[in-house]
Design a protein around this ligand. Structure first.
Ligand SMILES: [Zn+2]
Length: 202
């Protein structure tokens, strides 16, 4: 991990302009440590993801391995925008572990248009955080996303896509444009920390 730049910025002496700028931008000058728990194989892991969703080479290999299709064991690097959202969610709930249920899926049962098949989607929950809270945070923070709420299965689906979409999955059926989505975007916007793919005006 490239942490050296940030460490030098907190030296107890007058700082050059560049260092001050780095302190101000410190939030973006280091990758986010994303703590993960694999719901399928009961394994923990962490990965350092930059706020634009990029990762260094060893981490990229680890991302592909951890998020591989569990039916076919095929690997695909998931979309950079989706990784950026994951990093932001991790940063928004510091000290919490993202428990992921499903990411890349290319098995025969997966529909041709599935964002999981395309490597753009993550199904997850965070222990100690209400699903509704995560759902509303993602929906009101990002544009060009799909957000699905699965209250019975206890996870949130997020993906990146050209046009916004929301749904609640209940009794085996997707109910699109649910009321929670309308409510969440009526609330005052949170302070923007990430510019990547944020909704216009936030
Ligand atoms: Zn999903």
């Amino acid at each position: 991990m490239a942490m050296a730049g940030f460490a030098s910025a907190v030296a107890p002496m007058p700082l050059p302009t560049e260092a001050v700028a780095m302190m101000v931008a410190g939030h973006t000058a280091t990758p986010v440590e994303v703590s993960l728990y694999d719901e399928n194989e009961y394994q923990v892991g962490t990965m350092a993801v930059w706020r634009d969703g990029s990762t260094d080479e060893p981490t990229t290999a680890e991302v592909k391995r951890m998020f591989r299709c569990r039916t076919t064991h095929r690997q695909k690097l998931i979309a950079k925008k989706t990784l950026a959202m994951l990093a932001d969610v991790a940063d928004h709930y510091p000290g919490k572990t993202i428990e992921y249920v499903s990411v890349y899926r290319v098995g025969g049962n997966e529909s041709a248009t599935s964002p999981h098949r395309d490597g753009r989607a993550i199904d997850f929950r965070i222990r100690g955080v209400a699903l509704k809270e995560i759902r509303d945070y993602v929906w009101k923070t990002y544009a060009n996303v799909g957000v699905g709420w699965y209250p019975s299965e206890q996870f949130i689906h997020i993906d990146t896509r050209p046009a916004d979409m929301t749904w609640t999955f209940l009794h085996g059926v997707n109910h699109y444009h649910p009321y929670w989505a309308e409510l969440a975007r009526q609330q005052p916007q949170t302070v923007a920390q990430v510019t990547h793919e944020r909704r216009p005006g936030t």
